[in-house]
Design a protein around this ligand. Structure first.
Ligand code: ADP
Ligand code: RBF
Ligand code: MG
Length: 152
């Protein structure tokens, strides 16, 4: 399938939650681990979200990293429930399950799509990461790295 990207800026959205376990497909199948955020406390809010791929910043252990996030049902795999998954654009030497993650979403890259092969999904994710990496260097977005949400 061809990917249509329409990069839009959203009103900023801030989500905070614990990193929970998922199906482990991010690290085993896609070379892209995603920290899945517990959504029990934000069920209503995420239902109002357009399913798609987003970019912004995320704070773990007091350090703020660039991130891409997928909010949706992973149609390529047919999940039953909506998940909020965050890939931090940084290499970690350890997992961080059960830790608190703060996520500040600045904009949308594309809608969530159903890919017919793993390779196509991996390519799309790789491109999303490159787009987020570049966009977040813009002054308009980089200023949010020191947002008060990340303080304290
Ligand atoms: P799960 O299905 O349990 O979410 P994944 O295969 O998606 O498993 O791997 C996610 C886990 O990998 C995260 O919860 C986190 O502990 C770890 N991890 C390591 N590096 C990263 C990273 N750069 N971004 C997100 N999570 C990472
Ligand atoms: N899953 C999909 O089914 N369709 C997508 O378009 C899609 N885009 C994603 C983009 C990014 C940047 C990331 C990190 C994940 C994306 N996913 C998508 C979710 C992916 O299927 C999921 O992370 C793995 O299945 C592991 O849970
Ligand atoms: Mg995951």
């Amino acid at each position: 399938m061809s990917v249509v990207r329409c990069i839009t800026k959203l009103p900023v959205c801030r989500i905070e939650g614990t990193v929970v376990h998922g199906f482990k497909r991010g690290s085993t199948l896609l070379d892209c681990p995603t920290a899945n955020i517990c959504t029990d406390h934000i069920q209503d809010a995420i239902k109002g979200f357009k399913k798609g791929v987003y970019y912004g910043w995320a704070s773990l252990h007091g350090t703020v990293y660039k991130m891409v996030a997928n909010i949706g049902v992973n149609p390529s795999f047919g999940n039953e429930h909506i998940s909020v998954e965050v890939h931090l654009l940084h290499e970690f030497s350890q997992d961080f399950y059960d830790e608190n993650l703060k996520v500040l979403i600045l904009g949308s890259i594309r809608t969530e799509s159903k890919f017919s092969s793993l390779d196509e999904l991996k390519t799309a994710i790789h491109e999303d990461c490159g787009i987020a990496e570049k966009l977040l260097d813009d002054q308009e977005y980089s200023s949010y790295k020191s947002d008060s949400f990340f303080m304290g």
